[in-house]
Design a protein around this ligand. Structure first.
Ligand SMILES: [Zn+2]
Length: 246
């Protein structure tokens, strides 16, 4: 069981894509499971064995559960079998919230988030979350489970996030967890973390905070006044004007 289930195609996707949010959720008491579909053996750096050890180290630092599936890197496709397999993972962890890489990215080639495995994983998760609900779907092991929300991370460069998470106080811990993926630190001429930090800084600018992580939610959210009245949305933390002031 986990409150939050994060799917990633490759060993570093969850930590690089939304790791500071995972730290924030975990430190607020939520239980987190990460499900990684491949061992990233097609990547430029690192073997399957190295990368498996790295994701285990990252999960341990976070304090989350880790489920590693045996798909081949670059061979993730939206099939019935894949939907069933991921539905089984949903049924196993029974999360309230599911996170997946965003399912559509038109800027293949230059956008670092645009690996075809990422979009495929998002597409499969979208169907798997629904399959997990169907009690008549006996191909999927486990008891039916209806997750409340699916949120997408790895927002394409061409899309605006619809949800931003202020992660400023968690950036130090995020970096130490991201660094568990030692084999990947040579990416982008050794500046992979710098690039990821810049991304968070740009999203932070949209909120007027230091760093934020971006997400896309596609389903309408239930209106909750407290979301719009929280003190954190006010500079200086002033929640409400005292009665009688202008
Ligand atoms: Zn990836």
């Amino acid at each position: 069981m986990a409150d939050i289930l994060v799917f990633g195609a490759h060993p570093d996707d969850a930590e690089f894509g939304m790791g500071a949010s995972m730290v924030k959720f975990a430190r607020s008491g939520a239980s987190i499971a990460v499900c990684v579909l491949t061992r990233g053996e097609a990547g430029t750096f690192g073997t399957a064995e190295q990368r498996e050890a790295e994701m285990r180290a990252a999960a341990e630092k976070l304090g989350g559960e880790l489920e590693i599936l045996s798909y081949r890197d670059c061979q993730i496709f939206d099939t019935y079998e894949a939907r069933i397999r991921l539905a089984e993972v949903v049924r196993k962890f029974r999360p309230r919230i599911i996170f997946a890489p965003y399912h559509t990215n038109h800027s293949y080639h230059k956008d670092g988030a645009a690996h075809p495995d990422h979009a495929a994983t998002g597409t499969i998760v979208r169907s798997a979350a629904r399959y997990a609900r169907f009690s008549g779907l006996k191909d999927a092991a486990g008891e039916p489970w209806n997750a409340e929300h699916i949120l997408y991370y790895m927002v394409p460069r061409t899309r605006k996030p619809t949800l931003l998470n202020d992660v400023t106080p968690f950036m130090g811990e995020w970096e130490s967890i991201a660094r568990c993926h030692t084999s990947q630190m040579s990416l982008r001429d050794g500046k992979v973390l710098e690039g990821l930090r810049r991304f968070r800084e740009a999203y932070g600018n949209l909120l007027g905070v230091g760093y934020a992580e971006g997400f896309i939610v596609e389903e309408p959210l239930v209106f909750d006044l407290s979301l719009f009245m929280s003190s954190s949305s006010q500079p200086g933390g002033v929640a409400h004007r005292p009665a009688g002031t202008a």
